[in-house]
Design a protein around this ligand. Structure first.
Ligand code: CP
Ligand code: NVA
Length: 321
């Protein structure tokens, strides 16, 4: 059986994404009902969770989720491993896969994850890279599903730095779920052509659609879901001053929310910078579902790990067939 990895949003087909989200609902209701990481007797399988960049949610949700699934998390913080500076990704993968049940990695270049997966017989999961944040999107979709019911047919507007990992993942995961994804940012800060092309291809299969624009109002008009993210992603700190000016007209404030549907919900992957990409009255207001979104990292990633192990033939999760 081929090992399954999750390196970008479209590594799950529409049917597979729905299956993972269904499992997440199940595990949220019964947190210890799947134990794919339990070993023989009281033994626990280890999952390596490696951070080249800092984290709060991803670290805590994977550590908690791996324990919930019967396993033991091995958290490797930035600077603690030789990977990338003293030892190649390929050699690291060949060592890790002999010891752990899965490898979760937050890094910079997406190619590193591709190289890790190519050398690993255990599932590799992208816990954020410069180009994608696919685990976050599983949590976001689960949260929207909880608040809105079906995902297919909903419109989602992402406004802000439209060239970052979250924008790309909203496009790819959103259309996989059959959503109409509209992404707005300033000229030069829009998704790369190949991401848009891939999103359009998936949208053609699912009935979703893609709009990429510099006009925030066009993206927001009547949207069911409004999302944004920091204007300064990890690794872009030296550009901070320029970025705070560049994205000024793409802030999600009350006036922006008023352009969306009256019952629109607001998403932000966090950490958030109030007064910049989102105003305090929006993120702390009644339309915000960001705390559910943060919690759902746990449930969505547990489902993802269980699903990957099951589909890779490395565990059996009841109900997945
Ligand atoms: N949203 C998110 O990934 O948060 P952390 O950077 O805290 O993990
Ligand atoms: N775009 C942000 C997301 C943080 C979770 C970053 O990459 O820093």
């Amino acid at each position: 059986m081929t090992v399954r990895h999750f390196l970008k949003d479209t590594d799950l087909t529409p049917a597979e994404q729905a299956e993972v989200l269904d499992l997440a609902v199940r595990l949220k209701a019964a947190p210890y009902s799947a134990q794919p990481l339990a070993g023989e007797g009281s033994a626990r399988k280890t999952v390596a969770v490696i951070f080249d960049k800092t984290s709060t949610r991803t670290r805590v949700s994977f550590a908690t989720g791996i324990s919930d699934l019967g396993g033991a998390p091995l958290i490797i913080n930035p600077g603690e491993a030789q990977i990338g500076h003293k030892e190649s990704v390929e050699d690291t993968a060949k060592v890790l896969e002999r010891m752990v049940a899965a490898i979760v990695w937050r890094t910079g270049a997406h190619q590193g994850l591709v190289d890790m997966a190519a050398n690993s017989r255990v599932p590799v999961v992208n816990a954020l890279c410069d180009d994608y944040h696919p685990c976050q999107l599983l949590a976001d979709l689960l949260t929207v599903r909880e608040h809105k019911g079906e995902l297919a047919g909903l419109s989602l507007a992402y406004v802000g730095d439209a060239a970052n990992n979250m924008a790309n993942s909203y496009l790819l995961a959103g259309v996989t779920a059959g959503m109409h994804v509209r992404v707005a940012g300033p000229d030069g800060y829009l998704p790369a052509a190949e991401i848009v092309a891939e999103a359009e291809k998936v949208a053609a299969e699912t009935g979703g659609s893609v709009l990429v624009t510099t006009d925030a109002s066009a993206a927001l008009a009547g949207a069911d879901v409004v999302a944004t993210d920091t204007w300064v992603s990890m690794g872009q700190e030296s550009e901070k001053a320029a970025r705070l000016t560049l994205f000024r007209d793409y802030s999600v404030d009350a006036a922006a929310m008023a352009k969306a549907a009256p019952d629109a919900v607001f998403l932000h992957c966090l950490p958030a910078y109030r007064g910049y990409e989102v105003s305090a009255d929006v993120i702390d207001g009644p339309q915000s579902i960001v705390w559910d979104e943060a919690e759902n990292r746990l449930h969505a990633q547990k489902a993802l790990l269980a699903w990957l192990l099951h589909r890779s033939g490395q565990a059996v999760v009841d109900g997945l067939g």
